[in-house]
Unconditional design. Structure first.
Length: 503
């Protein structure tokens, strides 16, 4: 039973206790279409300057209180999830839609629909939540909102002002144009959805971020879906548990309790919970209820990396600032596979590089990749002594680009090291140990030098290629697909269909 269905059941069974709750909104779309700028305009703050390269690196949650001219909307709350737009964060983006009640799909008026826009739409539709299209950057001279409408229609997304059912608001996050109208549209959709919750039910929600704080231990960012969370409550996920000692709102202010739709930071877990996990909290926790809720939920943090059976495998140790970043990097690595090179994550964790990471990298051996973390100066002598390869990045795309380039270089070297193989087509003459034969190269490049001789995939002897000819001309090597004549020195009597393999 998924979270949405469970909420609907409770709505039916506990109607007398239901009250209207704030909507949880996921802001989604292409990487540079202005999602964070929109949140800046809404929160009247500048998050972009605090992000490396102006890019949202991991999921965040923010709560606003409406300051509307309308009595209907004034004072109402909305919780926003800021989901990254780059394809490396597709898992986080999908989870953002699953956590949310409503989505805002941001499309730039000067850039139009992009592949990541379509991915975001698919995430929203898979989550079965309503959404609003915000056509952003209408202040730009080259803005063409109707072109966006046309492109969306070509993808079967029909907006209300063009006869469809999807609400649309043209905005400029930069100029603060129509932001209030967008917020009121969100609350209108929320009212139509009849978002209600029961404060008397057992407290439950979803973990959207977790990290290791040097001074406070495991800290998780969570969204409360039902009930009231209080300091001193026991808290439980499928992988972690503890007793709440820290409870802070999204501004970092200490609070004593929080209720549904609120994004809060909590401390007190014995170890870090996984991003995307459901949690239960209270004085007493019904563990069977957690098992019931998890019964139909896949643990998205347990995906294993598929490895090629053949070729070179490179071991990696991944360190990151928070679990959302860690998962995004793991997702990148899973996709980066070339024909003869595979990556295997032997360990991944949150926090700065440690002595145990260095020792593990030496023993495996492995490369260490870090994201927004530090290398303690005390470890430098060990790193140099053990020749450990460590690469630290602040922007996810730099890490991805570096990995791609490294893999291509290694793959090329592996290709060059492939043992060449030739199949014998005909034998022409034999004089002592020297034999003249003809064959076709089936793999790699055949060159002069030592060869292994195989018959029916079993080694029957060894020899040396003394000369190569193609069209009666001497050649240094014969490439895959070429037929050539070979002067071979060996004690083995060569027969058709034998194979020569460069050793």
């Amino acid at each position: 039973m998924n979270y949405r269905n469970y909420r609907i059941m409770e709505k039916i069974e506990n109607k007398e206790n239901l009250i209207v709750r704030p909507p949880i909104v996921a802001v989604m779309g292409h990487i540079d279409h202005g999602k964070t700028k929109l949140l800046d305009a809404i929160r009247k703050s500048n998050v972009v300057e605090g992000e490396s390269g102006g890019i949202t690196q991991h999921i965040g949650a923010y709560e606003i209180i409406m300051d509307s001219e309308s009595d209907e909307y004034r004072g109402r709350k909305i919780t926003f999830l800021d989901t990254p737009g780059h394809e490396a964060f597709s898992k986080i983006r999908e989870r953002g839609a699953q956590v949310a009640d409503i989505a805002v799909l941001v499309v730039a008026a000067d850039d139009g629909v992009k592949p990541q826009t379509i991915e975001a739409i698919k995430s929203i539709e898979d989550a079965k939540i309503p959404y609003i299209v915000a056509i952003n950057k209408i202040d730009k001279p080259e803005a063409n909102p109707n072109q966006v409408r046309t492109q969306l229609a070509e993808n079967n997304i029909f907006l209300e002002d063009w006869g469809g059912k999807i609400p649309v608001v043209e905005i400029s996050a930069k100029e603060n144009t129509n932001i209030q109208h967008l917020l009121e549209m969100i609350l209108l959709v929320a009212d139509l959805e009849e978002l209600k919750s029961n404060p008397s039910l057992e407290t439950k929600g979803i973990v959207i971020e977790s990290k290791m704080d040097k001074n406070r231990g495991p800290i998780a960012t969570i969204i409360i879906k039902e009930g009231v969370l209080k300091i001193g409550d026991n808290i439980l996920t499928s992988t972690a548990e503890g007793k709440l000692k820290i409870l802070e709102n999204f501004k970092g202010e200490k609070i004593k309790e929080a209720t549904f739709s609120s994004p809060v930071s909590v401390g007190g877990f014995k170890k870090m919970p996984q991003v995307g996990e459901l949690f239960l909290a209270g004085e007493k926790i019904d563990r069977e209820l957690l098992k019931k809720e998890l019964a139909d939920k896949k643990d998205i943090s347990s995906d294993m990396l598929d490895l090629d059976k053949d070729g070179k495998i490179i071991n990696l140790i991944i360190k990151a600032d928070v679990s959302g970043s860690l998962e995004a990097i793991e997702n990148i690595i899973k996709k980066l596979k070339l024909e003869r090179v595979s990556l295997r994550i032997i360990n991944s964790s949150i926090g700065d590089i440690s002595n145990s990471d260095i020792q593990m990298a030496k023993d495996s051996p492995a490369w260490i990749f870090g994201f927004k973390i530090n290398i303690p100066k005390s470890l430098n002598p060990q790193i140099q002594e053990k020749n450990i390869h460590i690469h630290i990045f602040d922007i996810i795309y730099d890490l991805e680009k570096f990995l791609k380039e490294k893999l291509e270089i290694i793959s090329q070297k592996e290709e060059e090291m492939i043992k060449a193989e030739l199949r014998v087509l005909k034998t022409f003459s034999k004089q002592g140990k020297k034999q003249l034969i003809g064959g076709v190269v089936e793999e790699g490049k055949i060159k002069k030098g030592l060869v292994i001789i195989q018959r029916e995939e079993k080694e029957i002897g060894r020899g040396r290629i003394m000369g190569l000819q193609c069209h009666k001309k001497d050649i240094a090597e014969a490439e895959k697909g070429m037929e050539c004549g070979i002067l071979l020195e060996t004690a083995v009597d060569i027969s058709p269909d034998d194979h020569l393999i460069n050793s």
